[in-house]
Design a protein around this ligand. Structure first.
Ligand code: FEH
Ligand code: ZN
Ligand code: ZN
Length: 346
């Protein structure tokens, strides 16, 4: 089968022939219809030797949708033909967090040599994906695969970040989304669909502001010297009750702090490498709360799929054939990707 294989650290992955897996025991074989491309794939590709606990070679792809095509003899809970999206964070499977379906916060994560499909285990940038059991599979009904695949990471990560802030986002509140890309545009939609807050969006690209508008933002603006003032004015003058930073650079963190209301909450999702100094006395608003949400739970993935199937979520995607993965990766790396990039086996 065709697969995008990572064979050496610091070297670009390449389309290659790989053995089509055969499911044993509880394993389930998924015929891949779509696999999303994530900025974290770039971090894996660029990792120097020893930086990650993963053993090479493996197939990339941790944001996958398709249908069940074969079952191991002990597989249960799915049937051949079921269309599914694959819950991406695979933990140890036996700690309290994994038992609760929060594999994203597995207590033994640092002891594992992999973190999921495409993350040290063969992933879904391929024609087939082998999953250990039916446990990570969430039914998608007739949702198109290129809409479903991004829900397993871009959608779930945004949904999990919003879920942590939802208590602060009742009537009359303001949420600010910094970075309207593959995750941010879904966060805008999830905020509109699941909270009562007004939603303000910020980006550095004009076309991202248009995406924010299409996603339902009440206001969208470019990152400028006076952006904080503009956002505060749109929040009724008191500042934002919550800020979701999908970029995470020093500049965006600085903007986030400058627009937060006292008692406000900041969720930093983007891995831009920026840092904050937390001190008292200091510049952070009184009552400031910070979270660093990571991916999401299996139960939340089912919630994201339900939202999408209700029509409340529409993923802006750019489709590429799997054979064009190197071009898609380069486009993402150059910041030219619009919405979420999805690879389709060709
Ligand atoms: C996956 C693996 C490791 C770090 C970050 C990620 C994100 O793409 C998950 O949303
Ligand atoms: Zn990812
Ligand atoms: Zn665990």
């Amino acid at each position: 089968m065709r697969a995008l294989r990572l064979t050496a650290w610091g070297e670009a992955p390449a389309p290659a022939e790989a053995e089509r897996p055969v499911p044993h025991g509880t394993e389930v074989l998924v015929r891949v219809e779509a696999a999303g491309l994530c900025r974290s794939d770039l971090h894996v590709i660029d990792a120097p030797p020893g930086a990650l606990p993963y053993r090479l070679p493996f197939t990339l792809g941790h944001e996958v949708a398709g249908w069940v095509t074969a079952l191991g003899p002990d597989a249960a809970g799915v049937a051949v033909g079921d269309r599914v999206v694959v819950y991406g964070p695979w933990g140890c499977g036996s700690c309290a967090r994994c038992a609760a379906g929060s594999d994203n916060y597995c207590d033994r994560r640092d002891t594992l040599a992999w973190h999921g499909a495409g993350l040290g285990r063969d992933g879904g940038m391929a024609e087939y994906l082998l999953v250990p059991s039916a446990r990570p599979l969430v039914p998608i009904g007739d949702l198109p695969a290129d809409q479903a695949a991004p829900l397993s990471d871009a959608g779930l990560t945004s949904y999990h970040a919003v879920s942590g802030l939802r208590p602060a986002l009742g009537e009359g509140t303001t949420a600010v989304v910094i970075g309207v890309g593959g995750l941010g545009h879904l966060a805008v939609q999830i905020l509109r669909a699941t909270t009562e807050s007004r939603v303000l969006a910020v980006d550095v690209r004009e076309d991202a502001l248009a995406l924010a508008d299409r996603s339902g933002a009440d206001f969208a603006t470019l990152m400028r010297p006076d952006t904080a003032r503009a956002l505060r004015a749109r929040s009724g003058g008191v500042g934002a009750d919550a800020v979701l930073d999908f970029v995470g650079t020093a500049q965006t963190l600085e903007l986030a702090i400058s627009v937060l209301r006292p008692g406000g909450e900041l969720a930093v999702v983007g891995s831009g490498g920026g840092s904050l100094t937390v001190s008292k006395p200091g510049v952070l608003p009184a009552g400031f709360r910070l979270s660093l949400p990571f991916w999401g739970t299996r139960h939340e993935l089912a919630g994201v799929v339900t939202l999408a199937r209700s029509g409340a979520l529409r993923v802006e995607t750019e489709r590429f054939p799997l054979s064009a993965a190197p071009e898609a990766i380069d486009r993402l790396r150059r910041g030219a990707a619009r919405g979420r990039t999805v690879l389709v086996p060709d």
